[in-house]
Design a protein around this ligand. Structure first.
Ligand code: PLP
Length: 437
């Protein structure tokens, strides 16, 4: 086997990455512990984005390692259709205790993308089970990211994620996004823009309420740069959905499990959806897993519509509720509970947000948005969109920081267990690198 230097000819196709240039000098992470990664040269890098919003409890938690290795010895796999295992029930029960209101039925999947597609199917089936099968349209939003499967791509509002892949699901309607110049540099929820939710009413007026199954939104749009909902916006979406029998779905894949300072963004904003998707921090990134939380009435309507003994929902994945993922999920939920992780995030958030908004002093910063332990910092584009962003990833990496950059927007989402000194280091590096971008 040739173990020469990495080059373009390598076999691994790296996702969402410019492969040819990346492979000339790949940013390889070879070890992780706590708040840090180590690169191939043995240098330590602070993780400013919890892996990819997953490792909210820091890397390498021994409790999760023990739970997963114990599970592998005990039960490596159990068929998820027509059979199950106790940990699937236990994890569902634990999640039901932290999800809002009566979103207390859990369907397990393996990723955020699968959670979104599953939620779309549940919405369709719910209406069908109540004799409203003509409700087939989905409403979503510009600048949304709902994963990469065909359902999620249809819902997505990011042109590069859509344009190459055909027309997607017919009848998908996009609300306007919620970025407004008048909210620039507004901490938390901006004052302006609640009326953008009225786009949903316009779709109802144009297409008829009876054609719309569900409205999907990320309570805070994550992947397009942390767009915090304007004050009153989510409330208004909720009202319009209620008025017209439309299900409201919150995609909490990024915002779930303490990122906003409460268990879910739904709690932080005081708006309860009908379905909620989650993934990422559910297992602290240790084993892939996602889930859809479903209101009890929706579960009961669907299961009640099928004859006793018949399968109610023709859907599921070979790895739904995988025993190793359940073990990681249970261990993660225990840490959330026992260490008061959501409260801890809430305590750390003001200090984090203060440092984020102080970055405004850099001339190339065009806007800053943030909530909880989540922030987006727009940089002035260079010659072409994304050029400065790409340069930023490398410069931060060289300076010892792993960040997420989308276009020319820097995204910060440190682990919820970060200590104040980690934040100091993080912002010291951001400040320093910002002057050289
Ligand atoms: C809001 C949202 N939904 C869905 C997804 C897709 O999740 P996954 O990459 O696990 O498929 C993501 C990923 O970032 C996301 O942010």
């Amino acid at each position: 086997m040739d173990d020469g230097p990495l080059d373009e000819g390598l076999h691994y196709w790296v996702p969402f990455t410019p492969n040819r240039s990346f492979k000339k000098d790949p940013r390889l992470l070879v070890r992780a512990q706590g708040m840090y990664f180590w690169n191939a040269r043995g240098e330590r890098l602070l993780d400013a984005c919890s892996g990819l919003f997953c490792c909210a409890l820091g890397h390498g938690r021994p409790e999760i390692l023990d739970a997963v290795s114990r599970q592998y010895r005990e039960l490596d796999f159990a068929p998820p259709f027509q059979y199950s295992h106790p940990d699937a029930f236990e994890l569902a029960g634990m999640l039901a205790r932290v999800t809002p209101a009566d979103l207390d039925h859990l369907f397990f999947v393996n990723s955020g993308s699968e959670a979104v597609d599953t939620a779309m199917k549940i919405a369709l089936l719910y209406h069908r089970s109540r004799g409203e099968a003509e409700r087939q349209r989905f409403v979503t939003r510009e600048r949304a990211y709902h994963g990469v499967n065909f359902g999620g791509v249809s819902l997505s509002g990011m042109v590069r994620n859509r344009e190459a892949f055909g027309s997607g699901l017919p009848g998908t309607l996009h609300l306007r996004h919620t970025w407004l110049a008048s909210n620039r540099f507004a901490p938390g929820q901006g004052e302006h823009g609640a009326e953008l939710a009225d786009d949903l009413q316009r779709f109802v007026d144009l297409h008829g309420a009876g054609t719309i199954a569900a409205c999907f939104v990320e309570p805070i749009a994550g992947s397009t740069g942390i767009l915090v909902p304007p004050r009153g916006y989510l409330e208004r979406l909720r009202e319009i959905c209620d008025r017209h029998g439309i299900l409201l779905v919150f995609d909490e894949v990024i915002t779930g499990f303490g990122r906003t300072g409460r268990a879910f963004a739904s709690d932080s904003f005081g708006v309860v959806p009908d379905l909620m998707t989650m993934a990422k921090a559910l297992t602290n990134g240790a084993i892939p897993m996602g889930a859809v939380a479903v209101r009890r009435g929706i579960y009961e309507a669907i299961t009640g519509a099928a004859p006793e003994g018949a399968i109610e929902f023709f859907h599921g994945y070979t790895y739904s509720a995988h025993p190793l993922a359940c073990a990681a999920g249970i261990a993660t939920q225990r840490i959330h509970r026992d260490e008061g992780i959501f409260e801890r995030a809430a305590q750390l958030a003001p200090r984090f947000q203060e440092s984020v908004f102080a970055l405004r002093r850099h001339a190339l910063v065009r806007d800053i948005r943030g909530y909880g332990l989540l922030a987006g910092i727009d940089l002035e584009p260079d010659a072409a969109p994304g050029v400065r962003g790409a340069r930023a990833i490398q410069r931060f990496f060289d300076a010892g920081l792993v960040v997420r950059v989308t276009g020319d927007t820097l995204i910060l989402a440190p682990a919820l267990v970060a200590e104040p000194e980690h934040l100091e280091t993080l912002f010291e590096i951001v400040d320093r690198v910002m002057t050289s971008l």
